[in-house]
Design a protein. Structure first.
Length: 147
């Protein structure tokens, strides 16, 4: 039987501290009731395309937003982005890159592959929380998604 619950945000992040901070910031600001976290790129692809341990998930229920780190174990963030944006079922899902990378090549590659936004993670705790809050407010409340 397919899982028929909708996830508002898919957070793809392998750093436990960044996961905790991101979840805390989103929940503190009541921005997401349903967040699913995956900690490596292979699991992200399984979730997004309803394969492997997520084969019972209804693939038509795409997340409202994917927050994607670039430097991930197993499958990198750029490969996930490429697969998302080249598949008809998922190409309109907004993807925000939230990464510690400041490499210009990562920024360019992300946008060329279809990222909707590229944000460098602030090192300062308060700035990180504010950044995630603003990210969530824009993508979940202000942005009008394609339906």
């Amino acid at each position: 039987m397919a899982e028929n619950y909708s996830v508002e945000i898919l957070l793809v992040e392998d750093n436990p501290t960044d996961v905790e901070l991101t979840l805390r910031a989103l929940k503190k600001n009541n921005l997401a009731n349903s967040i699913h976290v995956v900690t490596d790129g292979a699991e992200a692809l399984e979730y997004l395309f309803a394969t492997g341990k997520y084969s019972s998930r209804d693939i038509s229920l795409t997340p409202k937003l994917v927050i994607l780190d670039l430097k991930l174990p197993k499958v990198g963030g750029l490969e996930i982005l490429k697969r998302l944006k080249t598949d008809e079922r998922t190409k309109t899902v907004p993807v925000v890159i939230l990464t510690s990378s400041k490499e210009e090549s990562d920024v360019i590659a992300s946008y060329k592959l279809g990222a909707n936004s590229f944000i460098v993670k602030p090192v300062d705790f308060e700035k990180f929380v504010l950044t995630v809050k603003e990210l969530g407010m824009y993508w979940l409340l202000l942005n009008e998604p394609l339906k």
